[in-house]
Design a protein around this ligand. Structure first.
Ligand code: URP
Ligand code: ZN
Ligand code: ZN
Length: 481
C-alpha cells in the first residue's frame, strides 16, 4: 500500500509547512516538496487542507462494565466514531473488579478490543491491593506494554482507591518506570453529600453537581499531588474540570513537581445549566463525573491549555443510552456516569479553540495528539509527522462545516451532548496505518484493523526524577541535622 498525500500544509506541534507525504506499509517514508505519483496505490489531493497527526484520545471507556450496566459503545463502534472524528488512537482503561486478578482483567479487555478499528492501548486501574497486584504491575510493565496505572479516588464501595493503595501503587510505579494517573474526587465526601441530598429528597440529576462541587475535586487533586511529591513520582490528573485543580497543578509544577493535566472537550464546551433542564432524560444524559461546571471554569481550562498547565485533551468517552440512564430515575446516584465525545473532540477543539484564537494550529496538534504521545511514551511513533512515524494522519478541511447531531454520529448512543452545534473545521480524511480509514462521512476500515500499542516504561525520565528526589531528600536530612 503506497498512499500519497499531495498539496497539503503539514501542521505539527512545532512547525507549519507545505510538503507532500508518502505513506508506505503503515509508516511515513517520505516528506518532500514534490513527490512524483509513480507506483502509488492512491493519491489524495489535499489542496486547501491541513495534514496533522491523527488525534490520540488518552481517556476512553469502550464497553466498560460500570454502575450495573455496560457502556453502549464497544471497541468497534467506539473506534469507528474515533476515526470519523480524526482520532487514530485511543488509550482505554482496564478496570479490574476489586479482588480480580490484574492480568486476568487485562486479557479480558484485550479480547474485547480485538474488534477495534484504530490503534489502542490500556491504562490499568488499581482498584485493590495485595502482593499479587504489585507483582502483576511488574508483569504488565515488562511484558505487556503498560506504563500507566489509574487510581479512582471516587466511586466508594466500588473501585475507589484509598490513600494506602495509592501510596503502595505510586511507590511501585516509581520502581517500574510507570506513571500513576488519578481521577481526583474525594469519594468519601461525594458519598456523604449524595446521602444528605437523598435524605432531603433531592433525587434528580440536578443533585449530581451538588454532590460533586469543585472543592471535592481539588481536595483530591491536592492529596494525590502531595502523595506524589512525598514519594517522588510524577502524576497525571485525568479530566481536570475545576479552576481550583488548575491552581493546585500550577503550584506543584512551580515547585518542581512533574504534574500533568488532562481536560475534556465536553468540559471546555458545556456548563452546568444542563442539569436544570426540565426534561429528566436530557439532564440525566449529561450526568458524568466530574460534572459540568459553572461557565467561569471553562475559561480557566482554556487558559490552562494555553499556558501549558494542562497538556492534553481527552473525552472520557463512556456512552450510556436513555434506557441505561433511566436506571437512576428515582435516585440520581444510580444514573450511570458518562457521556460520549470521541467523534467530536477534535472538531470542538478546533471550532472553539483555533477559530476563536485561543489556540494556534500547532498548539491544537500538541493538545490533541503530540503531548499525549510524549507523556505516555509513544512519541515519535505516534503524534508526529516524520519519517518512520506511524502513518496516522488527519487531513483537515478548515473551511468545511458540520452540524453535530445524534443523526449523523457514529457512536451507538441515542444522544449527542453537542446537538445542533455547527463546527467549522472538520476531518475530510482520516488515515490510519497508511490507509484511508474515513472519508467525508464514511468509515471505510475493516473491523479488527486496529493494533495494540505497547508503551515502554520511562527509564531515563525516572532516573532524572529519582536523582532530583534523592537530592531533595538529602538536602532535607542535612538541614535537619
Ligand atoms: O462519568 C464518567 N467520567 N464516567 C466514566 C468513569 C470515569 O470516572 O472516568
Ligand atoms: Zn474518571
Ligand atoms: Zn474515565
Amino acid at each position: 500500500m503506497r498512499l500519497l498525500i499531495k498539496n497539503g500544509q503539514i501542521i505539527t506541534h512545532e512547525q507549519s509547512y507545505f510538503a507532500d507525504v508518502l505513506c508506505e506499509d503503515g509508516v511515513i517514508t517520505q516528506i518532500n516538496d514534490h513527490i512524483p505519483d509513480e507506483n502509488v496505490t492512491e493519491v489524495i489531493d489535499a489542496q486547501g487542507m491541513l495534514i496533522m497527526p491523527g488525534g490520540i484520545d488518552p481517556h476512553t471507556h469502550m464497553q466498560l462494565p460500570f454502575m450495573g450496566t455496560v457502556a453502549i459503545d464497544d471497541f468497534e463502534s467506539g473506534t469507528k466514531a474515533a476515526l470519523a472524528g480524526g482520532t487514530t488512537m485511543i488509550i482505554d482503561f482496564v478496570i479490574p473488579n476489586p479482588q480480580q486478578n490484574l492480568l486476568e482483567a487485562y486479557h479480558q479487555w484485550r479480547g474485547w478490543a480485538e474488534k477495534a478499528t484504530c490503534d489502542y492501548s490500556f491504562h490499568v486501574a488499581i482498584t485493590w491491593w495485595d502482593d499479587s497486584v504489585s507483582r502483576d504491575m511488574q508483569t504488565l510493565v515488562e511484558k505487556h506494554g503498560v506504563n500507566s496505572f489509574k487510581h479512582f479516588m471516587a466511586y466508594k464501595n466500588a473501585i475507589m482507591a484509598t490513600d494506602d493503595m495509592m501510596i503502595a501503587s505510586f511507590s511501585r510505579c516509581i520502581e517500574l518506570g510507570a506513571i500513576p494517573t488519578v481521577h481526583a474526587e474525594n469519594g468519601e465526601l461525594v458519598y456523604h453529600l449524595q446521602q444528605s441530598l437523598l435524605e432531603r429528597n433531592i433525587t434528580g440529576p440536578e443533585a449530581h453537581p451538588l454532590s460533586r462541587p469543585p472543592i471535592v475535586e481539588s481536595e483530591a487533586a491536592n492529596r494525590a499531588i502531595s502523595i506524589a511529591d512525598t514519594l517522588g513520582s510524577p502524576l497525571y490528573l485525568v479530566h481536570v474540570s475545576a479552576s481550583q485543580t488548575l491552581d493546585a497543578i500550577r503550584y506543584a509544577t512551580e515547585n518542581g513537581q512533574r504534574v500533568f493535566g488532562e481536560c475534556l472537550a465536553a468540559h471546555l464546551t458545556i456548563d452546568d445549566s444542563v442539569y436544570q433542564d426540565k426534561n429528566w432524560l436530557h439532564a440525566a444524559a449529561h450526568v458524568m463525573s466530574p460534572p459540568f461546571r459553572p461557565k467561569n471554569h471553562q475559561q480557566a481550562l482554556w487558559n490552562g491549555l494555553k499556558s501549558g498547565a494542562l497538556q492534553t485533551t481527552a473525552t472520557d468517552h463512556c456512552a450510556f443510552c436513555a434506557e441505561q440512564k433511566s436506571m437512576g430515575k428515582n435516585d440520581f446516584t444510580n444514573i450511570p456516569n458518562g457521556v460520549s465525545s470521541v467523534e467530536e473532540r477534535l472538531m470542538v477543539l478546533w471550532n472553539n479553540g483555533v477559530n476563536t484564537g485561543q489556540l494556534t494550529m500547532n498548539e491544537f496538534v500538541a493538545v490533541t495528539s503530540t503531548n499525549a504521545a510524549k507523556i505516555f511514551n509513544i512519541y515519535p511513533r505516534k503524534g508526529a509527522i516524520q519519517i518512520n512515524a506511524d502513518a496516522d494522519l488527519v487531513i483537515w478541511d478548515p473551511k468545511a462545516t458540520k452540524v453535530l447531531s445524534v443523526i449523523n454520529q457514529h457512536s451507538k448512543v441515542d444522544f449527542n451532548i453537542y446537538e445542533g452545534m455547527t463546527m467549522t473545521g472538520i476531518p475530510a480524511y482520516t488515515i490510519a496505518a497508511g490507509e484511508v480509514a474515513y472519508q467525508r462521512g464514511e468509515v471505510l476500515v475493516k473491523v479488527g484493523k486496529g493494533k495494540y500499542i505497547n508503551r515502554p516504561p520511562y527509564a531515563s525520565y525516572y532516573q532524572t526524577i529519582e536523582q532530583s528526589h534523592q537530592r531533595k531528600v538529602a538536602k532535607a536530612v542535612k538541614r535537619d541535622q
